[in-house]
Design a protein. Structure first.
Length: 319
């Protein structure tokens, strides 16, 4: 037994020696230049972070910041009245017109109204759905419900929009259900746009609120009940403040997507005009790219103001 133990110890020592030798060979095979760079970055953690973030931050800056600057520059150009060609002559007429013209102001107000209504309705619908999924459904049912909520995202955006066009048409499902009650389908217009966009963006609102509900400790709710709080008091004083970040995240998705959407409006909106339609017309029909760029600044500013307002509540810090 002693001999066997000694032999096993000897084999272990030899194996360890081979492992160390292999590691030494790997270390020697590393390029000296690479070794110097690695050591330098290791000794300078700030530069290490800068090198790590340089590529993604540079890409983000190129895609977003440079694109916004290019958009602003384009808005300051003009279009020749006779040739219809874009000329790189500086003028603020497009931006002034976008923020003062009665037509553009009315379309901006309509777009903002649609975005607000869609966001509010989505939150009102998403709250009970997310609460049931997180707090009342079994584990198996929860998985099924999550799949059901996410399944519409797998379908094409256009397919869903045209499906609602069929449902809301004069001979569609809604008209067939309401006709016995003496009510006709709303048809295509503002109501159809709101209904369609509520459906399109609902999954983007349900999932953040559902995740927020999931993160609330069950023991916290039990402690609230043990201290004599009613169900309504627990929801109002404990649950709602904790899920505000989820509601904010969902509202950002719904609001920003509604502000920028124009395809669904073109499919089910009838004669309804939003900022996206005007921008598309200026680019694709009128060849007035500077005016389109000036109009595109409006939703960017509105969304920026909305994010600023939300950030003051402190909800973004808890996302």
């Amino acid at each position: 037994m002693i001999v066997e133990d000694d032999s096993q110890n000897t084999l272990s020592v030899l194996a360890a020696g081979q492992t160390d030798a292999a590691r030494s060979n790997v270390a020697l095979s590393v390029s000296p230049r690479r070794h110097v760079i690695s050591s330098f970055l290791y000794n300078h953690p700030v530069l290490h972070r800068v090198a790590l973030l340089a590529l993604p931050v540079g890409w983000m800056g190129l895609v977003y910041i440079v694109a916004l600057v290019a958009l602003l520059i384009t808005a300051l150009w003009s279009v020749n009245e006779y040739t219809g060609q874009v000329e790189m002559t500086w003028t603020a007429a497009n931006i002034i017109s976008a923020f003062t013209d009665a037509l553009y102001l009315s379309v901006t107000a309509r777009t903002l109204l649609i975005a607000v209504l869609v966001t509010v309705v989505d939150i009102l619908l998403a709250f009970p759905i997310a609460f049931f999924m997180a707090r009342m459904a079994s584990k198996r049912s929860k998985k099924v419900l999550v799949v059901m909520i996410l399944t519409p995202l797998w379908a094409s955006y256009l397919v869903k929009a045209y499906a609602w066009r069929s449902v809301l048409s004069g001979s569609g499902l809604v008209d067939w259900l309401l006709r016995p009650l003496g009510i006709t389908s709303p048809g295509y217009g503002l109501v159809a746009v709101i209904v369609t966009e509520v459906y399109l963006w609902l999954p983007y609102v349900v999932m953040p609120i559902f995740t927020a509900f999931e993160q609330v400790p069950e023991s916290l709710l039990e402690a609230s009940g043990d201290l004599g709080a009613t169900s309504w008091m627990t929801i109002r004083d404990i649950l709602l403040p904790l899920i505000v970040p989820g509601v904010v995240a969902g509202s950002i998705f719904s609001f920003s997507l509604s502000m920028g959407d124009y395809i669904a409006v073109g499919i089910v909106g009838g004669k309804t005009q939003v900022l996206g339609n005007l921008i598309y017309t200026d680019v694709g029909v009128a060849n007035n790219t500077p005016m389109a760029a000036a109009l595109a600044l409006i939703p960017i500013i509105i969304i920026g103001l909305y994010l600023t307002l939300v950030s003051r509540t402190g909800a973004l810090k808890r996302l």
